[in-house]
Design a protein around this ligand. Structure first.
Ligand SMILES: [Zn+2]
Length: 165
């Protein structure tokens, strides 16, 4: 399978063929269909954040389909969709997530402290009324380094998503 590999901070990513991993105990293997590109990857490539061991396959905003499950995975099977739940406008205090409905299904949860629930309601109402739309573009994996150059130059309008076919 193809992957964009970070071998050294400050160097461009290198597109390489790597072995398809096998899911370990409690893990699922996901065939990624699309993955958002954000400043997390840009900071990682630039060496501005502490990185785990290199080489490293970047990307944390993926959506795809499970193709295999490891031992001890009971509530997820090949063919299930895997994605990330993004929570914004969080209330103060604690937040309850059902274990069986989230962790056991392999759903990753990201949170944001930016904005309020009222902000989120207003944005969703605007989207539902057709007054706003998502602005974004997709690109093939081979163009990932160019995407970072565009991010540095501030020439991106909306979101960039790498699509895998
Ligand atoms: Zn991100």
């Amino acid at each position: 399978m193809k992957a964009a590999i970070l071998h050294q901070a400050g160097a461009p990513l290198v597109i390489e063929e790597i072995d398809k991993p096998q899911p370990g105990s409690g893990e699922i293997l996901i065939q990624v269909k699309a993955c958002g590109v954000c400043h997390t990857e840009l900071h990682s490539v630039a060496g501005e954040w502490r990185l785990p061991k290199l080489p490293l396959v970047l990307g944390h905003e993926a959506v795809g389909v499970a193709t295999a499950v490891g031992v001890d995975v009971k509530n997820f099977k090949a063919g299930d969709r895997a994605d990330t739940l993004v929570l914004v406008g969080l209330p103060p205090g604690n937040f309850t997530l059902p274990i069986r409905g989230s962790v056991a299904k392999g759903i990753r949860v990201l949170t944001s402290a930016v904005g309020t629930r009222q902000d989120l309601r207003e944005v969703l109402a605007l989207a539902a009324s057709g007054k706003i739309k998502t602005v974004g573009a997709s690109l093939p994996l081979q163009e990932i380094n160019g995407a970072f150059n565009r991010m540095r130059a501030g020439t991106i309008s909306g979101r960039l998503v790498v699509e895998f076919h």
